[in-house]
Design a protein around this ligand. Sequence first.
Ligand SMILES: Nc1nc2c(ncn2[C@@H]2O[C@H](COP(=O)(O)OP(=O)(O)OP(=O)(O)O)[C@@H](O)[C@H]2O)c(=O)[nH]1
Ligand SMILES: [Mg+2]
Ligand SMILES: [Zn+2]
Length: 318
Amino acid sequence: MEIRQTRGIVLRSTGSWYEVCDADSGKVYSCRAGGRLRLQGDRSTNPFAVGDDVVIEFRGEDEPPLIVERKKRRNAIVRRSVNLSKQSHIVAANLDRAFLIFTIASPETSTGFIDRFLVTAEAYGVPTTLVFNKCDLYGGQPDATARLEYLEAVYQLAGYSTLRTSAETGEGLNELKAALASAGINLLSGHSGVGKSTLINRLLPGLELKTGDVSSAHQKGKHTTTFAEMFALPEGGYLVDTPGIKGFGLVELERDQLHHYFPELFAKLPACKFHNCLHRSEPQCAVRAAVEEGEIAEERYVNYLDLYENFEADTAYR
Ligand SMILES: Nc1nc2c(ncn2[C@@H]2O[C@H](COP(=O)(O)OP(=O)(O)OP(=O)(O)O)[C@@H](O)[C@H]2O)c(=O)[nH]1
Ligand SMILES: [Mg+2]
Ligand SMILES: [Zn+2]
């Protein structure tokens, strides 16, 4: 058999094997990473991630196809590797839209987490929709409903679109479907146990992804999904299921640029007295004025200050 090459997209990576979908035929191959492919200066734990655009080479009947080239990534969602603090882990690449799945309770998601996610997504140019899932649980609970309405207001004020869903009752699933970038790669992310896999099972019946209970003692998910995996949508485009994450590190960001990734803060910069205002204690700061007038949500501003103050810790591995 002669050596043949084709272009493909990585659907799944389990460490040493990669499932790659042939861009022309749609056929899926189990591939190995080509030995001569040592990516210079790559400090990530995984050379190929879900969504990567690659070239695979067929070398013979008895050999698995090899990934011999990776095209430049348009963007990537990165998180700090758990064990190797100097390294990062590429969750997924070449994303067109992210959906941050969020629950008010079981488990509870903090706005600090949302804002870190959004900063990362803004930095990489990935538009994000916030999805409040498990809405069937909040009906009879005034506190949860109030929290939900408050958070919707905070993020809508910041310019983000929000959706309410229930994988249980089907509420909001048509809206979620409509929001998927039809030709692109859509990422579902969020803490363990918020219902990412359950939502994907509802959107793609027949898939039967494994889902897990939320522990009743700690109200935390059990990290049921362990590898990112991408699925083709019948209407075109892809949906990526990811393992639950605890947080993102802010890779490749400059501390003084952090405010660029809070769109509603950055929009005020031209009105600040100083062109290099960081909106902390500078005089005549338009951001602080907007917070006082309720035009910018205080919680977003506080999270910005908090991220700024603790920036060193976030980027210790840079
Ligand atoms: N009541 C209710 N339960 C839900 C809903 N969506 C998911 N669940 C439940 O929440 C639990 C966790 O769901 P998963 O889909 O496994 O969560 P996940 O986000 O994929 O979690 P990881 O894979 O661990 O990151 C399961 O018991 C689901 O049945 C919902 O809309 N309402
Ligand atoms: Mg899951
Ligand atoms: Zn300012």
